[in-house]
Write a protein that binds this ligand. Sequence first.
Ligand code: BTN
Length: 254
Amino acid sequence: MRIDENLIWLESVDSTNRYALENFNELPDAALVAASEQTAGRGRHGRCWVSPPNTNLYASFVMKRPGSNPAMSSMAASLGALDTFRKFAPEIGFWLKWPNDIFVGECKIAGILCEARTGQSGIVAGIGANINMPSALLQKIDQPATSLLQETGVKLNVKKFANQLALKLIEYYITYSISPEQLFEHWRNENMLLGQTVEVFTGSDTVKGTVCDIGRNGELILSDGVNKKTLYSGDIKINKNSIDFDLIKRKLNS
Ligand code: BTN
């Protein structure tokens, strides 16, 4: 194990989230625990996160003072990851897809999984970012996925990405603690689904509607034209006919 200030690098671990939760009390606040590989990476909704060795970034950010709104910890983590991608590839149109995925076009490039332990005040925000994953491996993922290598054609040093991510996460952690409203507005403005027609799979149900707002607790407010429905989690299906990628490009360029 190597410690560079707040970045802790493990060679191999089952899950950096599991490690950070189990060692929560010993880890410093705002530590970023990263690993070269995960043998049992966890995704949202009980899925697994494909984590081959020396390819991508698998990291968990320790937030010991997550404030009163846990949803904002995920917002801070996704904004930190979004800025980091943009820093390394400013020409690529990265966008934030509710709740906290990072996409390029219709393909996912990063995901966030926030977890906490009962009786433990604090949150661990896990970030999985596809950096050098080649297309043969991307195709094995159960949903359209991309990587920085796939988008730019250039390999990036994963540790360089991790260092920049650690800085950005601390920046947003501070914004969150001193001005949660500013953090929320920033996250809301990044959310490109506002005004789009979507289908959300909640696990038990599929809800269709137009995204009319996103609230402070991270909730998605959908309207079917008559009624409004509030959803706290789920997977939004990107419907090629409903998502306006031109609008996204215009927003990114403005
Ligand atoms: C998602 O399903 O979109 C969330 C994926 C989160 C994956 C990351 S990789 C680092 C951290 N450790 C885990 O086991 N999962 C998260």
